[in-house]
Design a protein around this ligand. Structure first.
Ligand SMILES: O=P(O)(O)OC[C@H]1O[C@](O)(COP(=O)(O)O)[C@@H](O)[C@@H]1O
Ligand SMILES: [Mg+2]
Ligand SMILES: [Mg+2]
Length: 370
């Protein structure tokens, strides 16, 4: 077992040796990613204060509206610039894809190119920046197909099972990195005194016991019946079919929700819904759902769209959205079973004080979702 307080860099090298294959390119790339996260952590921690003397001035473009139609926050773009500038010159990458950039970013010709692709969400939970809540950065590392050093969109469209490493940084009361390098999930806390992420949570496992669910209930009227039924049962608690009480959480920061689930179990849902914008879901496959799904599965949980294992999805577009249901395995399997029963046209039966007196749902309900 690695020694606690082992640094992130040392852990990666030891982990590779233990698993019989040093990959200095991957180690170097992961070190660039952790350096970028330190810079973003420092920028996030300064909040509305001007950049400190020691912090590199990051000339970020003016915030606008990104490819998703979302208004960008200044920190979205500062974080994006930090990721690009910190990871582009190390010689391990041939391209990057970001939530904040419509097209892939190719490594400038003056830098050597490598065999990896990096997809990232520079700042996750952006709506929480102005209210000083936990945000993060999500990253996914893939191999570029052999011979490719001018990556096109299609080269990033690999199923999540092809990821060689994935993780997220948390910028909160403590700054952390939660990562998997293909075997297990490990948590590192930034020791601000020495400026290093050190191992504090080796081999994280998602507890099976569940008493919390996370979903944005303000969207309830748009949900499909399987999701409605699941949430209704949780809300009914010990007086309902689940015979146990549940608590609800919604932080509106995927990274913070997933970290909570890694620590104390539970389930997170951002399902597809009837709104034209959310029919395919809200979260993005390449740099949100896939890296998180790899972490969750490596920690003994499950991640599904409700109908398909997320890591098996063949991506069709760089910024593709997918429904996301993840967390403690048994809960995800329960939701998958509800979706399957529903898609077979079976009636989903529950008593619905919240949704009015109707207690039976028929497959025709799906019609509204098209
Ligand atoms: O605002 P909503 O609908 O509650 O959605 C919150 C979700 O959107 C996100 O903020 C999307 O991520 P970004 O902030 O990177 O765009 C997730 O972190 C979070 O789970
Ligand atoms: Mg995000
Ligand atoms: Mg983001």
């Amino acid at each position: 077992m690695p020694h606690r307080h082992t640094t992130f860099s040392k852990f990666i090298i030891e982990d590779q040796r233990r698993r019989g294959g040093a990959d200095t390119d991957l180690t170097a790339l992961l070190n660039d990613v952790q350096t970028a996260c330190k810079f973003i952590a420092s920028a996030a921690a300064r909040g509305s204060l001007a950049p400190s003397a020691g912090q590199p001035a990051v000339p970020a473009p003016e915030p606008g509206v990104n490819v998703h139609g979302e208004t960008q926050k200044p920190l979205d773009l500062i974080a994006n610039e930090i990721m690009l500038r910190t990871c582009e010159y190390g010689g391990k990458l041939c391209g990057m894809a970001s939530e904040e950039m419509e097209e892939p970013y190719r490594i400038p010709r003056e830098y050597p190119r490598g065999r990896y692709l990096l997809a990232f969400d520079p700042l996750d939970g952006s709506s929480n920046v102005d209210v000083n809540l936990t945000v993060g950065t999500i990253f996914s590392i893939l191999k570029a197909p052999d011979g490719v050093d001018e990556p096109e969109v299609e080269h990033f469209l690999q199923p999540g099972t092809q990821q060689v490493a994935a993780g997220f940084a948390l910028y909160g009361p403590a700054d952390m990195i939660i990562a998997t390098f293909g075997e297990g999930v490990h948590g590192f806390t930034l020791d601000r005194e020495i400026g290093a992420y050190t191992l504090t949570h080796p081999d994280m496992r998602i507890p099976d016991h569940v008493c919390e669910f996370a979903i944005n209930s303000s969207n309830a009227r748009f949900w499909e019946p399987p999701v409605r039924m699941y949430v209704e049962e949780c809300i009914k608690g010990s007086s309902g079919p689940r015979e146990t009480d549940f608590n609800m959480r919604w932080i509106a920061s995927l990274v913070a929700e997933v970290y909570r689930i890694l620590i104390r179990g539970g389930v997170f849902l951002y399902p597809r819904d009837a709104r034209p914008t959310h029919k395919p879901g809200r979260l993005r496959l390449l740099y949100e759902a896939n890296p998180i799904a790899m972490l969750v599965e490596q920690a003994g949980g499950a991640a599904s769209t409700g109908r398909q294992r997320i890591l098996d999805i063949k991506p069709m577009a760089l910024h593709q959205r997918v429904p996301v249901i993840l967390g403690s395995k048994a809960e995800v399997e329960r939701l998958v079973a509800y979706h399957a029963a529903y898609d077979r046209g079976e009636e989903l039966t529950f008593h619905a004080p919240l949704f009015g007196s109707r207690s039976l749902f028929l497959a025709s309900e799906t019609a509204a979702l098209g």
